[in-house]
Design a binder for this molecule. Structure first.
Ligand code: UD1
Ligand code: MG
Length: 465
């Protein structure tokens, strides 16, 4: 039979030191909310360890926002309410009081919502120690350069106890082995000791750390990669975590055949995928859920957010792509702005200073210079000259421009939408088109040129020497 484990994510605290209105579990690092990390890693650990699990977050401060987020993104994460933030033991009491099933799970894993660098391997290591040494409870510990603020580990003959920084004597403060706030316990052990905890300490809080006793069958498990246990309590730590996640992500991509020329100033969000053989230049930011294909080149200064980029495409410098789908062997930019809902077919080209929005460009379309293509469909192999504009907005509504296959649209043309141009049409340069064209039509819509021989000298003014 599978062993069972109740997972509790502590997310009720106020996070005062962050100084923002956003509740701490919902702060963003590497394109994800902080609370996403412990949820994901705890699930991975349970799957790898063949455990049957139940996940519950304890929420309190701004719980409406945290609960709404969890409700929208996770079907399998329950929430319980800690009315007042009376300490971590009180949070666990709220859990057992409201999540009645929690008591029936053999083990309880406790994680904080603000430690996004803890990975499933850490949880597995704790778990293996608990089982192999047949312990009742374990706490993950590490050696801190600066232990101030952390609970200190006091190892006894058999077990250990934790003294919070505020309550520690000068002698105890010298101890540098500290509590990370990550625990696995037998549920029976936790329940029996939880009942005894009081708030007789400097903070007058109910400390969960008081479940650990020197005479009990419990052990601190020391980890040497202290960086993984950083908690986000202030903006400095949020930046530290962001940079660490970025380092981890890029390290992983490099192992999978992606090249970076200077990863110290390149940013890739946690959920982004990049195919082998792709090259990412410095000062690039790949965000959200973007999926980049194989052998793609992304040049300096480009930002790609929630977009799909096909194989062998080149994104030239300083191009911004958002919520769009770019095909294979496409060339974008430099200085292109691809706004949401743009689809670019294979072998197309979008050149410098081109802006697109809600535009469907089929295969082999070229929009090479200085154009605006909004609310438009452009057929295969059509060439759009320099300085083309879709006049899509009448002040109240947006309208569609449709251009067929194989057209030549001369430079400095405008399409006053709604307008429909057939296949194989030719629009002369400088035309303002507001009437539909049938397949094969030619349109010219500009005033006629007049030539007055020799009259130039009347208009050319020379500066006095
Ligand atoms: C806690 C530990 C400390 C450890 C440190 C590691 C206790 C008493 N101390 O201290 O030994 O070294 O973490 O970072 O546990 N929370 C609630 N309800 C509450 C209070 C807190 O849900 O009433 C949540 C917070 O949102 C946070 C977590 O519990 O996710 C830890 O609380 P925090 O106040 O950050 O504890 P620390 O003082 O850091
Ligand atoms: Mg903390």
């Amino acid at each position: 039979m599978k062993k069972t484990i109740g997972i509790v994510i502590l997310a009720a605290g106020q996070g005062k030191r962050m100084g923002t209105d956003t509740p701490k579990p919902l702060l963003i690092a590497s394109g994800k909310r902080l609370i996403d990390f412990p949820i994901h890693e705890a699930k991975m650990f349970c799957e790898k360890s063949n455990l049957s699990f139940l996940i519950t977050a304890v929420t309190g401060h701004k719980r409406e926002l945290v609960n709404e987020y969890l409700g929208q993104h996770y079907k399998d994460v329950a929430t319980v309410f800690q009315k007042e933030q009376l300490g971590t033991a009180d949070a666990i009491r709220s859990y057992f009081a409201q999540q009645k099933a929690g008591k029936d799970y053999d083990y309880t894993l406790i994680l904080c919502a603000d430690t996004p660098l803890i990975r499933s391997i850490h949880l597995s290591f704790l778990w293996k120690n608990l089982l192999s040494q047949n312990l009742d409870a374990v706490a993950a510990t590490f050696i801190a350069d600066d232990p101030a603020g952390y609970g200190r580990i006091l190892r006894g003959e058999k077990g250990f106890r934790i003294v919070e920084h505020k309550d520690a004597s000068e002698e105890q403060k010298i101890i540098d082995e500290v509590n990370s706030g990550l625990y696995i316990m037998k549920t029976d052990y936790l329940l029996s000791h939880l009942a005894e905890i009081d708030a007789n300490n400097k903070s007058q809080e109910f400390y969960l750390t008081d479940v650990f006793k020197e005479e009990a069958n419990v052990a601190p498990i020391l980890f040497d990669d202290y960086k993984s246990f950083v908690g986000v309590n202030n903006p400095d730590q949020l930046e530290e975590v962001f940079l660490e996640l970025n380092y981890e992500k890029i390290y992983d991509l490099k192992k999978n055949g992606v090249s970076f020329y200077d990863s110290s100033c390149t940013y890739v969000d946690w959920d982004v995928k990049v195919g082998a053989g792709s090259i990412v230049y410095p000062n690039v930011s790949l965000r959200g859920n973007s999926v980049i294909g194989k052998n793609v080149v992304i040049d300096s200064g480009s930002i790609i957010k929630d977009s799909i980029i096909g194989n062998q495409t080149t994104i030239n410098p300083y191009s911004i792509i958002e919520k769009s789908h770019i095909g294979e062997k496409v060339s974008i930019g430099p200085f292109a702005r691809i706004r949401p809902d743009t689809e670019v077919g294979d072998n197309s080209k979008i050149g410098n200073f081109v802006e697109t929005k809600k535009a469907k460009l089929k295969k082999g379309v070229k929009v090479s210079h200085l154009s605006y293509v909004g609310d438009a469909i452009i057929g295969e192999e059509t060439n759009i000259g320099c300085g083309f504009i879709t006049c899509n907005y009448d002040g109240a509504n947006k309208h569609l421009t449709e251009i067929g296959k194989g057209c030549f649209i001369g430079s400095d043309s405008q399409m006053i939408a709604p307008v429909k141009i057939g296949n194989d049409c030719y629009v002369a340069s400088g035309s303002t088109i507001n009437k539909n064209m049938d397949d094969g039509d030619f349109a010219i819509a500009r005033s006629k040129q007049e030539i007055k021989p020799g009259l130039a000298k009347k208009f050319i003014k020379k500066k006095d020497k």
